[in-house]
Each structure stands twice: as structure tokens, then as C-alpha cells.
Design a protein around this ligand. Sequence first.
Ligand code: ZN
Length: 501
Amino acid sequence: MDGDDDSDDWLTPIRTAETTKNDVGINGAELRELEEAESEEEDEDEKEDLRPLEEAEAKIRWLREELAWFRSTAVKEQSEKQSLQGQIQQLKLKMARLQQQLKQEQRQSSQLRQQLKQERQQAQTQSSENMTQMMETMRQEAKAQRAVERSRKEKDTAFSAMRKAQANSERLQAKPFLKIEYATDSGGWASYPADSIDKIWEELCAGKRELEFDRGDETYLISFQNLMQENTKTRKQRRIRISVDVPEYWSMSSGIEKQDFLRCLAIGSDEEIFNRVRVLVPESQRLEIDRVVKGSVFHHLDFQGSSACGLEAVSVKRVWRIEHPTLFRKYSLCRSALQEKSQGGVPGISPPIGEKLSLLAKRLLDPDVRASVNEVFLFHGTSTSNIHSIVAHGLDFRLANTGFYGQGTYFASQSCKSWQYCCRSCGDEARYMIIARVSLGKPHYTKEVERNRKLPPKGFDSVVANPGPMAGHHSAVQSHQEFVIFDRYQAFPEFLVEIHR
Ligand SMILES: [Zn+2]
């Protein structure tokens, strides 16, 4: 067993080398050392007895076997290593292939995902398109429905317009603005043809007092001075009469007398016309107007100023009605145009115009006309120097300063507002206010100050600034109800009111 121990010790370095080099094989140098060691032992064996020699030979044999085993093992391990390396190589290749495959699959899956996403989007688009189509169909149906309703309404409107037109034409036939008639032999009156009436009116307005007029083969000389016509051949004379369509409560409504000619034609200077066309109203009407002026002082809750605007202690001294047929005719034509446009009415003014003015309108204005064009009475304040011009030629905004809501004529439903525009420096002198008849038509309710406005917005006939918040206003609030028109003949100065403090 000692020998075994020795041999074990002797072999240790080889095994160590084997493990440290991490190599199964033994290199050439180590083998040579082993063989030299064998020959040295043989030399010593000659001097010793045979037993150790045999032992040594056995040891050598064992070592040789061991060596052979090691060699074969080394070879085997080498080949195993090679085969393992081959396997590793193969595995690497396989892995590379797998990675390749994985990449491809990833690509495919991302493509699939992309495709899926696209399809989903398409599906969504499709469904939203379907929805749009459905809604479009519904819209078309609703439109068709509306068209049916509209045509029905149009038919109704057309009918009512026709009825109204018939009524109007009957009224116009019964009472044209200007009528010129001659006395017949039977004691009645016959009208001049309509087209010749216009010609006669023009001649009158141009200042003529006589004119020749052809009817059939005959020629007549018409004298407006004497209200007579004379056949130039036969010298036969007939009386003529002229009447104009003016409000029934005017003093001149029943027909023009000789003294009414100049008034009717409004020829002359502003002052001459002013003095001719105004008619002092009776005491009862003066009192009524006094109540209207004093009863039209009221304010919006947000109003910051004095609650009476200086109108608390005034009195209406005199009131004139302006009976100016030519000016009224212009107003009347403008009103008719609005009436035609409105075709069956316009929405009323909101909030309604003050009670006192409304009562006056109710008493004096034609209810049918009032509703169809929002014809109202409103206040207009102005300086005394403008009064002659306003009475002679109407309210002309071209002469006025531009206000908050554009270049038009301004009115108020509160007398205190208009009072602000009456003569400020007059002290105890009389001041004048106009109560105008105004056709507001379809009103546009403004929410902001618009100084540059020159016309009402499209589809509207007037601008109304109601009390309340007002963008662009210096106090951000409109205190009074104001009205603006942009056509000078949309208003007629009906009453001239003289006010004393
Ligand atoms: Zn006021």
C-alpha cells in the first residue's frame, strides 16, 4: 500500500496540470519526463534485488496503461469536444435561424397588427359613413318635410297677401292719395284718368296755376286758382275738386279748398311752409299730449342718473299737428313698401312701447297698418333751430350728428331721453319736441354700439337699442329705449310740441 501511496503522490502533478490547463490530453514534454524516469529506475534496478525491479516494472506497466488510457481518453475527449463544438455550431446556426424566423414572425405579426388596425379604422370610417348617410337621409327627409310645410305656409301667405292686396286695392281705388274730379251734368263727380292726375300734380308742384289738358279730341284749360276747367273750343266750364289721402283726423282730409292749395303743395321757404302746414290742436288734444309727455318718463332699473331727467316740472303749452300732404305722401309710399315687404306682419316691439304713447297710437293710427309695419308714435328731441326744416322737409339725418347706433334718425319711447336733445341753452324759452309717426318694420335689437352703421342689418328695417347691458357704451348700459331708422321717409313729424319749464 506504501507503493500505491507513493505512486499516487508521484502522479499528482500530472493531474494538477491536467486540471489547471483545463485540458484532457498530456503534452509531449510531460511524456518525455515520464520515459526518462523509467530508464533511471531500470539503471538502479540492476544494483538492487529483483523484487523492487518487478515492482518497478509493474508500476511502469501500470503507468503505460494509465498513459494509454489517458491518451485514449484525451482522443475521445478531443473528438467529443469536436462533436460538442459541432453541436454548438449547429445550435448556433439553429438559433440564428430561429432568430431569423422570430424576426420574420415579428414582422408578420406587426404587419398583421397594422392590417388589423387599418381594418378597424376602415370599419370605423365605414360605420361613421353609414351614420352620416343615415343622418343625411334624415336631414333630407326633414328638409322635404319643411319644404312641404313652407309651401303650405307660402300658399297661406299668398292667399292672405292676395286678400290684403285686394282690400288694399279697393281702399286705394276708394281713396287714392290724390284725386282730381270734375262735375258731371247729372250733379255727380267724375275722376280724371290716373296717369293724367300724376301729370297735373307735377305741374301743381312746379308752381303752375293753370295748365292745358287733352282728353279725347277735346282740350281743356284747368285753373287751380278758380278750381274750374274750361273746354277751349266750346268754352263750357265745369267745377273741379281735388282731394288727398291724408289721415282722417286731419282738418284737411275731406278735400282741398282753394285756401289749402299752397299748404297741400308745400311750395316756398322753410318758414313759409312751416307756417302753412301746422294746425293748432284743440285744448282737449293739448291736454292729451301733455299727459303723454309727462307720462313717458320711466327708467330701466340700472339707470344711474336723475330719475326725471329734468322733465318733472314742465308743461306742454301748445301742440300743432303737421298737415303736410306731400311729405305725408312720401311717408305713406315708404310705409306701403314696408307693408308689401312684410307680407302678413312683423313681430311686435319688445318690450312694448310705453303705455301713454301706445294709447295715442291706438286712438289715432289704423290698427291694420300698425300691426303690419310696427307703426308707432315716438319722441324726437331737437334744437329749436331745426324745427322749421323738420316740419317743412321731414326728419333728415343727413343734417344730424352720427349717434351710437349709426347714421340715422333717432327716436325714444321715453320723453326724458328726447328732452336731452332739446335746446339746452334756452333757459326759460320754449323748447320743441316732435312726436313722430314711425314705421319701424322688422326691428333689429342691437347689443352693441355701432357708430358706423349706415343701414339696418339685412332683413331688418330699423335698429332698436333696449335698456340694459350695451357693449361699447361709455357706461356699459343703455338707459332708455331708442329707435333708429335709416330711411328719412320712414318717419313723419306728426305733432310739434311746445314745452315750457
Ligand atoms: Zn330718462
